[in-house]
Design a protein. Structure first.
Length: 248
């Protein structure tokens, strides 16, 4: 239970779902953690749930200037950073004909631009060694209808996993990714669907998963703990696909 003892970690989008579950896992493993979010209600809820062991910071994941401020806050609080889990993201699903430029730009700003400039801002703060884990998605691998932009953002993260690995490994910084399949999180409730439509969509997705169910946030968090820990010291530029067989 002490795999992360003495380490300092930052989790973006850490107030709900996979991010919050990972925050709990990191605390159990002995890490000091900081989490980010934008919603005042979920920020306060996470603060109460995680307790005094967590630093809770409001941050706009799409804004490079906010990423610089976040890096400075982490440096001031911890002095150095051992682990980054870049988890903050947005999902917008619709047919290709219904996209406009503003929505396209928002998806790429939150899912790609934000993590990229956060990593850049954290370069002076990262310890040696350090671990970066990017949260990608099975949608980078499968041609699921209505996921064109979302899937493209996650494919970009997988590309960054490889290119940044080649660039940063000499500094002792490992970059890896997890790619979850459908997971039981509040994410789907944010799609703006009616309860009936949401139930239909969930049933359709579940029917495509060979394991016959949605995954649990804890199943993703366990993989992230491994990638964040010294147990994965020889794991560089890799992706752990956790999708119940959806991509088979």
């Amino acid at each position: 239970m002490d795999r992360l003892k003495g380490k300092c970690a930052l989790i973006t989008g850490g107030t709900t779902g996979i991010g919050l579950e990972t925050a709990h896992a990191f605390l159990r493993e002995g890490a000091r953690i900081a989490i980010t979010g934008q919603n005042p209600a979920t920020l306060e809820s996470a603060r109460k749930e995680l307790g005094a062991g967590a630093l809770v910071l409001p941050s706009d994941a799409s804004d490079p200037a906010d990423q610089q401020k976040l890096a400075e806050a982490v440096r001031d609080a911890f002095g150095k950073l051992d682990i980054l889990f870049a988890n903050a993201g947005v999902v917008e699903l619709k047919p290709v004909g219904q996209w406009n430029e503003a929505a396209f730009d928002r998806s790429f700003a939150v899912n790609v631009k934000g993590p990229f400039f956060l990593i850049q801002s954290l370069l002076p703060v990262f310890a040696n060694p350090a671990s970066i884990v990017l949260n990608a998605s099975v949608n980078a691998h499968v041609g699921m209808p209505n996921t064109s932009v979302y899937g493209a953002t996650k494919a970009a993260l997988l590309s960054l996993t490889r290119t940044l690995s080649g660039e940063l490994i000499s500094r002792g910084i490992r970059v890896n990714a997890v790619s979850p399949g459908p997971i039981e999180t509040p994410l789907y409730s944010k799609l703006g669907l009616s309860p009936a439509d949401l139930k239909t969509v969930a049933a359709s997705i579940q029917s495509q998963v060979p394991a016959g169910r949605f995954g649990k946030p804890s199943e993703i968090a366990q993989a992230i703990v491994f990638l964040a820990s010294d147990e994965s010291a020889f794991t560089v530029g890799s992706e752990i696909l956790i999708d119940g067989g959806l991509s088979l």
